[in-house]
Design a protein around this ligand. Structure first.
Ligand code: ADP
Length: 429
């Protein structure tokens, strides 16, 4: 069915849709998170500077210390009051122990400009192993217009960080859910978009199959007639007429092969190639086709060496498999030079039948390795044509292999040539 043919395209489209949507979701999540966090931080910074002014006023008016004993002990709010030159400490509310040590260790990060605040990037761990992340701010302490000192205050922001992290995690969970929905929706959308193309394709395939079918009989008649003319020894033809008849014979044969191939490919696309059904003795088939093609190879001065194991049985379509072997061996012969050898191996590999056709011909470049399975693709058009090639053999070979749920690969032979490798599953004994 065309559905199968377009499944790969549908999956690729789904990946593209889902990828774009997923990226958009991630972008929105991170933008929203950054914006919210930046706003909170900005607000906290302004708040801490204001608090310093407020605490400073209370200190000047009533000598009240900026931080309570509890907040100093817990490390939630700390203060440090020094003279403007920073040399004399007027009040130290940085507590004792690791937090104090940590704050002094990051002394360089304390804000240097008055009325500003900044996050001390590193986390500080207290004796109990609890993490603290401080926002530090500094502002002047004024007494009757005179700057009495600089008051630093440190606010623990760990709670905010944790809350922000939890929020980000939740947002990412929602994003993952949305992404899953996007995949589902993308798959559905791709299916809908492909449907009309698939229908058109199916109609076109139907047309190709019908047209090839209709051309079959007239071509068979033409082939018979031209063969008859060629064989007719009683008639006296001029050299030109003989040449023309020869040409007609050749082209009629080409047309017949073309229509046969097209018909099979169209049937393969429709999914109407006969399903795997009979037990095929691949050992006998490979030996037979190998022997037939060895004669053809010999005419070109090429040695075809077949190495076929016994007892290779699989469930499949014998005529199609016969076709597959002919295509691979015929190509190896067509694209080989005289006085070279072709190895044809049919062997068991785990539970599979491994077919290898190794030639010492012109080889196939990496760039062309995938393309040779495309319809009407010929690497060297002139050469292929001169060899009677139509550019349909390997696409038909691939259709047959896929019909048998197998794999086909093109590899390089060393030092030169091509290896065609086919893997088909064998019958389980
Ligand atoms: P064609 O009928 O032209 O041989 P195929 O589909 O069988 O068409 O092959 C496609 C192209 O792949 C060929 O035109 C040829 O250029 C290349 N090719 C196939 N088999 C071989 C091979 N054994 N060695 C080199 N080139 C090959």
């Amino acid at each position: 069915m065309w559905n199968n043919l377009f499944e790969g395209l549908r999956r690729r489209m789904t990946c593209i849709y889902a990828g774009i949507f997923g990226l958009l979701i991630l972008l929105i999540v991170f933008a929203a998170y950054t914006f919210i966090w930046w706003n909170i931080l900005q607000h906290e910074k302004d708040d801490l500077v204001d608090q310093i002014y407020h605490e400073a006023e209370e200190w000047v008016d009533g000598g009240e210390e900026p931080c309570s004993a509890v907040s100093v002990r817990e490390g939630s709010m700390l203060a440090y009051f020094v003279t403007p030159d920073g040399k004399t400490v007027i009040l130290d509310q940085l507590g004792q122990g690791k937090i104090r040590e940590g704050l002094f260790k990051h002394r360089d990060y304390w804000p240097s400009k008055l009325d500003t605040a900044r996050m001390l990037n590193n986390r500080i761990f207290d004796e109990k192993g609890n993490a603290h992340r401080y926002l530090a701010a500094v502002a002047p302490v004024l007494n009757g217009g005179r700057v009495e000192g600089h008051l630093y205050m440190f606010k623990d922001m760990e709670f905010y960080y944790r809350a922000a992290f939890t929020t980000l995690f939740k947002l990412l969970c929602v994003a993952a859910l949305l992404f899953a929905l996007a995949c589902y929706f993308g798959y559905w959308l791709a299916g809908r978009n492909i449907q009309p193309i698939g229908k058109m394709y199916a109609r076109q395939m139907q047309f190709t199959a019908d047209a090839s079918h209709e051309m079959r009989t007239p071509l068979a008649v033409m082939a018979l007639a031209t063969e008859g003319l060629k064989e007719d020894e009683e008639s006296q033809y001029s050299d030109f007429a003989k040449e023309s008849i020869e040409m007609l014979c050749h082209e009629t044969q080409r047309m017949s092969r073309l229509t046969e191939n097209l018909m099979e490919l169209a049937r393969g696309d429709e999914g109407s190639l006969p399903e795997l059904r009979t037990e095929v003795d691949m050992s006998t088939l490979c030996k037979r086709v190998g022997a037939q093609l060895a004669l053809l190879a010999e005419q070109k001065g090429i040695a075809l060496r077949a190495q076929v194991d016994d007892n290779l049985q699989l469930l499949g379509d014998e005529a199609a498999l016969n076709r597959l072997l002919i295509i691979l061996l015929d190509n190896a012969i067509k694209y080989s030079l005289t006085n070279t050898a072709i190895d044809f191996i049919a062997t068991k590999s785990k539970n599979n039948l491994l077919l290898v056709v190794r030639d010492q011909g012109c080889g196939i470049s990496d760039e062309d390795k995938e393309k040779v399975f495309d319809r009407f693709y010929r690497v060297d058009k002139a050469r292929s044509r001169s060899q009677g090639g139509l550019g349909l053999g390997l696409s038909l070979a691939k259709t047959i292999v896929l019909q048998h749920h197998g794999e086909i690969k093109v590899l390089d032979n060393k030092p030169r040539g091509t290896i065609m490798q086919v893997l088909l599953s064998l019958n389980k004994d």
